[in-house]
Design a protein around this ligand. Structure first.
Ligand code: SF4
Length: 430
């Protein structure tokens, strides 16, 4: 059974008399377990829907759904499948105490992997789940592979009961399911020979593997479970060498790169980051693979749309890892607008100095960066550090922080998004 949260005005569901709180029990004789059943079973045009209204009345709707018209039902969020692993490097285990409860939820849910691109390890997958993935053709999935050798994977996931992922992936591949994989690399555990074997196993799955991201382990000062080594320049460089070999093979034999090192890996190894063409369709940009290249190209493309902002003094708050890459971008923005940009790199006060990502800065960091800056006309902060409800990770609402500051402050993804609205476009920007 799934419960209705909302009904769109003028929709089929409204015409039928479905209201919030209605329980949808079955479609065409098949019981509904979750949103996937509803989405896929209502794809038919002829539907027999068993439901129970909030007052307890059982009702059966027989309808012919006009082609292409949605039912107009929003369902209550599903019960999320929790993770059964206890990875030493788990970011959630590395969160300080006292944050919002939802931040501590360790989801490992193939349904969210399909619906939203969340990475899942498949550790909690039952045979019936695999059957369902195949029947509904849930593809592509996003899978945290980490390592294919079984023993190494048990250690990495800190879970002796993890299934054999090669068998799982083979079943999915044979059923026509494709996936993007990621491997978080812990030095000494899944680099070297384990990584080589993992690439070999994934390569053998052919077209089923759309891309593989190699991500260095990231720890906070609260990562209390972690007993491994941290990633350093030498490790990161060795990883990029291995990635480079497989990338070259993939380009030659399959015509695309297939495997990518994350931006963080390039930064750690102090190697130059590739440009946008390198990443093709940016298959794993949400995973920090190609974000810098995408930012550079968005800035480049947006320069001529910017207004002249002579005399304006603009503060740009960022994390420590992005700071060395910023001067080049800010110089371009200066040329295009005439404004004076000042980079304000901040250490993360909540997670500690090892957490250098701009998108994890918290409200307290933004306040600290800007509270005494009465000389700035405008400040830009990373948009990624505020969630959809306008709240930082430390629970500080953005509007509260903004009201304490003396200059206008805007969350920005690529500078252009904010600066373009700051004045009239110049006739001939640089
Ligand atoms: S799979 Fe590992 S990293 Fe992911 S949520 Fe579970 S314990 Fe954390």
């Amino acid at each position: 059974m799934v419960r209705v949260k909302g009904v769109q005005d003028g929709s089929i569901a409204e015409e039928l008399g479905i209201v919030p709180g209605t329980e949808l029990v079955s479609v065409n004789g098949r019981e509904l377990a979750d949103f996937l059943d509803w989405e896929f079973l209502t794809a038919d045009d002829e539907l027999v829907i068993e439901a129970r209204l909030p007052d307890g009345e059982a009702i059966v709707y027989e309808i012919e759904r006009p082609e292409g018209e949605s039912m107009g039902v929003e369902l209550e969020p599903p019960t999320i499948r929790r993770c059964a692993n206890r990875c030493e490097f788990c970011f959630i285990e590395g969160l300080p105490k006292g944050l919002r409860k939802p931040l501590y939820v360790r989801d490992d849910d193939y349904r969210l992997s399909f619906a939203y691109g969340n990475f899942a390890t498949l550790s909690n997958l039952k045979d019936r789940d695999i059957a369902r993935i195949l029947e509904y053709r849930l593809s592509p999935l996003y899978i945290s592979v980490h390592a294919t050798p079984w023993e190494a994977r048990k250690v990495l996931l800190n879970n002796p009961r993890v299934p054999n992922i090669v068998e799982q992936l083979t079943k999915l591949a044979e059923g026509g399911i494709q996936f993007h994989g990621q491997m978080v690399i812990v030095p000494g555990l899944n680099d070297g020979a384990v990584l080589e074997q993992s690439f070999t196993d994934l390569w053998a799955l052919g077209d089923a593997v759309l891309s593989v991201a190699i991500v260095p382990v990231g720890l906070t000062q609260f990562s209390h479970l972690y007993t491994g080594k941290s990633m350093d320049r030498e490790n990161a460089s060795a990883l990029l060498d291995t990635v480079g070999r497989w990338e070259a093979r993939a380009l030659e034999e399959r015509g695309h790169r297939w495997v990518y090192g994350s931006d963080e890996l390039y930064l750690l190894s102090e190697r130059p980051l590739p440009d946008a063409e390198f990443y093709g369709e940016f298959p794993q940009i949400e995973n920090g693979v190609g974000s810098v290249a995408a930012l550079r190209s968005r800035v480049q493309e947006g320069l001529e749309t910017l207004p002249r902002l002579e005399g304006r003094r603009i503060g740009v708050v960022t994390g420590k890892s992005m700071a060395p890459l910023m001067p080049e971008l800010l110089e371009q923005l200066t040329q295009a607008t005439g404004a004076r940009f000042e980079l304000i790199p901040m250490e993360n006060s909540l997670f500690g100095p090892t957490t250098t990502t701009a998108g994890l800065l918290v409200g307290a960091d933004i306040r600290r960066a800007l509270i005494d800056r009465h000389d700035l006309d405008l400040a830009l902060i990373p948009a990624e550090c505020i969630n959809d409800n306008g709240v930082f990770l430390d629970d500080e609402p953005f509007i509260t922080v903004r009201e304490e500051l003396s200059m206008p402050v805007y969350p920005s993804y690529d500078f252009i998004d904010v600066l373009v609205q700051e004045g009239e476009p110049a006739e001939a920007a640089a």
